[in-house]
Ligand binder design. Sequence first.
Ligand code: 13P
Length: 254
Amino acid sequence: MNKDRKLIIAGNWKMNKTVAESLDLVRGLKIELANIKEVDIVICPPFTALSEVSKAILDSNIRLGAQNMSEHNVGAYTGEIAAVMLKEFSVRYVILGHSERRQYQKESNELIAKKAAAVHAASLKPIVCVGETLAEREAGKTNQVLETQVRGSLVGLSKDQITESIIAYEPVWAIGTGKTATTEQAQEAHAFIRRVLVSMFDETVARRVRIQYGGSVKPSNARELMSQPDVDGALVGGASLEARSFADIIKNSI
Ligand code: 13P
């Protein structure tokens, strides 16, 4: 793979897996993925499994991510989780602004930007999700939506912070539907996002930011997607819930 950005492939387990099921999956992943160094491998279990999973991956090449985080540091925010709590379990990455949270929890770009600032303040790395709905794509508004989300969700970050951030392009119509964006659609959206980064920051910064594709990634389409010049990894939902399929996505991407 001839890219100067290291691939990063993350599994977003969403609201799946008890602690026992999580440990089972991790056991399989450690066997399947041992010795892979070419890709940054991240798993994002539910909060309730972070403690046990964090211990189980200590001696491995798998890093830990969380699926959300509060923009606040501490205090009266019932049901929220702060950065310092995630750091207790050696969490390194935090998914922010997933389309499911934008839709069901009504998360705005403004809120996501506050969360991204809090993630960086804690020296963690955000995986900031953006993506258009089917209606927006069909109305020819994809670029407009992506630009608004990228600018709004990353506003206020420094050049150093954006370089350490990951962006996940997840077309909403491709999530959990079995409909993957074509490689051309993915490459086009990724290249556009990178152009927005050039205009927000500069060429050097934009060249360094890793942009993942998410939406029905599976072992059979991973290689083609990852071979696109601006696709630097994947954010995998359903296929990350089983050791063999997540491992095969990673192996097929190298
Ligand atoms: P699927 O891989 O199940 O389509 O989910 C993608 C996703 O939302 C990852 O965050």
